[in-house]
Design a protein around this ligand. Structure first.
Ligand SMILES: Cc1ncc(C[n+]2csc(CCOP(=O)(O)OP(=O)(O)O)c2C)c(N)n1
Length: 650
């Protein structure tokens, strides 16, 4: 082991981090001690010599961002935050992984001050940081002299194995995101053992070929890591610093092996490791006064700078508005009111271009389907290495990295990112969509080509279970508008949301204008056409393109003397939060309810009950003109009316 050239105080602090990690994992009887023990030096070098932050103001906008991409090493971050003086106590550390604690198993931004994002699913942190760096570049160009910070991450073997890291690294290099510095904890160990089993690519060459600046250093030396970070700052490419480390450093019998990765070392091994590292074996959770004082002092280093920076930020009203996430007064008036039939992807594109001028924070993008998704802001160039003011992101065919990067931009703040792909490819980005929901991030996912209505491309491209599987995800709002005016409501809702993502699900095919120009759709569901000639005998509930089918079924039923109501239900989540009296006024109890949606029927029972009828598609689609597929699958006004009549006659 190379001798660490750091000062005694540095070594004391580093070993304190290691001791806390071992003890917390041991006490919780679960967790990951190895990574914090091996990466403590890297984290110490970064936090004490480079990172700009103020524990008293963890959301200071111009702070450097730090992501622990290898989130299983959470005790590394928690120890650091506690020692530096964030609002995290030694007791919190002792409650690691316990119910209600501020120290959950993996970092969560909604729980712990100083945690920038939730990590744990490997690769997500890596790619989310790319979005944070994009936001910084863009805002620095827009507000020169006010914004000036860096994005750092610690990532692991597992992070770099994940496909999303390839997508994100390629994008970051292409965009020349020089303010990104990633420390790679190269300990050559994963859960199953040595990386020899599965991971032998040349990381240096891989990242260099993606346009990164790559260095390699002894990750167990503060001085080495420190000087590599300094060198990285002088290069205008994103930087990867390959830090050679030893997982579980200090454990006499387990260091360097996967046995330290994801389980307590055991009381005896913890004792031996403490002796090896020169940490007193008692008391547990030992924090030497000198180390705490040293780290707390470092925690105060940027206080004055932060206060000055905050004054500057507040002095610019436009930037202050954007940092606060406030939309300009009356912004929604810029949205057009529609009076004609069009695909909802088209109305979405028109809305975006109409509001782009009043919402300069809007950053669009698509995973190589901009023309299809209608996501392009026409008056703005692409964001690129030479055009930092660009407002369209060309993510390339990288759905997963796109979603994570959008999360990064929205977590960063000051910009508001949306991005599009086909609904079917929401599956390619699902882990990042899930994380957006968990992190309470207001990312807007634009999904066009939302059903068999896309026609000839066939079943590989026709979503079936995607809408319902998005609805199954907690917290995200799924909005499937029936026409251009409901699309306005969808965008209003998505843009005004602060603490949840929204998926806007759009048709490829033209849809008639069926809804009023008011924002009734923001109730989640509303009566679009009521029964005439008496109380309804049936309520047809449609979403998106199937609302039109419900309306034509209603015509047929009404002409047969059956009073029929049509309810448009573009957003379940908004309807769920309406009060009981509104909900039962829309869906009266005791009346036959029929859902019509060109997708999986699983789940509609929630609204139609045991005696309702769910009309949908529980098989894969088919390649044909879309009108034919709708007919073949029984999704027509006639077929729906027949089913209703049959049910009512039983
Ligand atoms: C997407 C994803 N797949 C699997 C896991 C489970 N997991 C946690 S850590 C890990 C690998 C650990 O290897 P490495 O990233 O090198 O971390 P280290 O061993 O250095 O702690 C795996 C597979 C995960 N967290 N995320």
């Amino acid at each position: 082991m190379p001798a660490d050239q750091a000062t005694d105080l540095a070594n004391l602090s580093i070993n304190t981090i290691r001791g806390l990690a071992m003890d917390a994992v041991q006490k919780a009887n679960s967790g990951h001690p190895g990574m914090p023990m091996g990466a403590a030096v890297m984290a110490y070098a970064l936090f004490t010599r480079h990172l700009r932050f103020d524990p008293q103001a963890p959301t200071w906008f111009d702070r450097d961002r730090f992501i622990l991409s290898a989130g299983h090493g959470s005790m590394l971050l928690y120890s650091m935050l506690y020692l530096l003086g964030y609002d995290l106590s030694l007791e919190d550390i002792q409650n690691f992984r316990q119910w209600g604690s501020k120290t959950p198993g993996h970092p969560e931004n909604t729980i712990t001050p100083g945690v920038e994002m939730a990590t744990g699913p490997l690769g997500q942190g890596f790619a989310t940081g790319v979005g944070m760096a994009i936001a910084e570049e863009k805002l620095r160009a827009e507000f020169p002299g006010l914004i000036d910070h860096w994005t750092y991450a610690i990532c692991s073997d597992g992070d770099l194995m994940e496909g999303i890291s390839h997508e994100a690294a390629s994008l970051a290099g292409h965009l020349r995101l020089g303010r990104m510095i990633y420390l790679y904890d190269s300990n050559r160990v994963t859960i199953d053992g040595s990386t020899d089993i599965s991971f032998s690519e040349d990381i240096r060459k891989r990242f260099e070929s993606c346009g990164w600046h790559v260095q390699r250093c002894d990750g167990m030396s503060v001085e080495n890591v420190d000087s590599c970070i300094s060198i990285a700052k002088g290069d205008d490419r994103p930087s990867l610093i390959i830090c050679d480390t030893v997982i579980g450093y200090g454990s006499p019998n387990m260091a360097g092996t996967s046995r330290t990765h994801g389980a307590p070392l055991g009381e005896e091994e913890v004792r031996l490791a403490k002796i090896e590292l020169g940490i007193p074996t008692e008391p547990l959770f030992y924090v030497p006064k000198e180390a705490l004082a040293h780290m707390r002092e470092i925690g105060k280093r940027h206080k004055d700078e932060r206060m000055g920076s905050e004054r500057k930020l507040e002095s610019n009203p436009e930037l202050a508005r954007r940092i606060a996430g406030r939309l300009p007064e009356g912004w929604a008036d810029a949205m057009p009111v529609f009076d004609s039939a069009m695909a909802t992807r088209d109305s979405s594109g028109k809305i975006l271009n109409a509001i782009a001028g009043v919402l300069p924070e809007l950053v669009g993008g698509s995973a190589d389907l901009a023309e299809s998704n209608k996501t392009t802001l026409h008056d703005a160039p692409y964001f690129s290495a030479s055009h930092r003011l660009g407002r369209n992101l060309g993510y390339g065919v990288r759905e997963h990295a796109m979603a994570a990067a959008m999360n990064g931009m929205n977590l960063h703040g000051g910009v508001r990112a949306y991005g599009g792909t086909f609904l079917i490819f929401s599956d390619y980005m699902r882990p990042a969509v899930r994380l957006a929901s968990l992190m309470e991030t207001n990312t807007i996912f634009v999904y066009s080509h939302d059903s068999i209505g896309l026609g000839e491309d066939g079943p590989t491209h026709q979503p079936i279970e995607q809408i319902m599987s998005l609805r199954a995800m907690p917290h995200i709002h799924v909005f499937r508008p029936a026409d251009a005016n409901e699309t306005r409501a969808a965008w209003k809702h998505a843009l005004e949301s602060k603490d949840h993502p929204t998926a806007i699900v759009l048709s490829r095919q033209k849809l008639p204008l069926v809804s009023p120009s008011t924002f009734d759709a923001l109730h989640g569901a509303y009566v679009l056409a009521d029964a005439s000639g008496g109380a309804p005998h049936a309520v047809l509930i449609g979403t998106g393109s199937e609302v039109e089918i419900c309306l034509s079924a209603r015509e047929l039923l009404q002409s047969d003397g059956i009073p029929t109501r049509v309810v448009s239900m573009p957003c379940w989540e908004l309807f769920e939060v309406q009060d009981e009296s509104y909900r039962s006024s829309v869906l009266p109890p005791g009346v036959l309810r029929v859902s019509v949606e060109a997708g999986a029927t699983l789940g509609w029972q929630k609204w139609i009950g045991d005696s309702g009828i769910a009309i949908g598609i529980d098989r894969f689609g088919a390649s044909a003109p879309y009108q034919t597929i709708y007919e073949q699958f029984g999704l027509t006004g006639e077929a729906v009316a027949e089913q209703v009549k049959k049910a009512l006659s039983q």
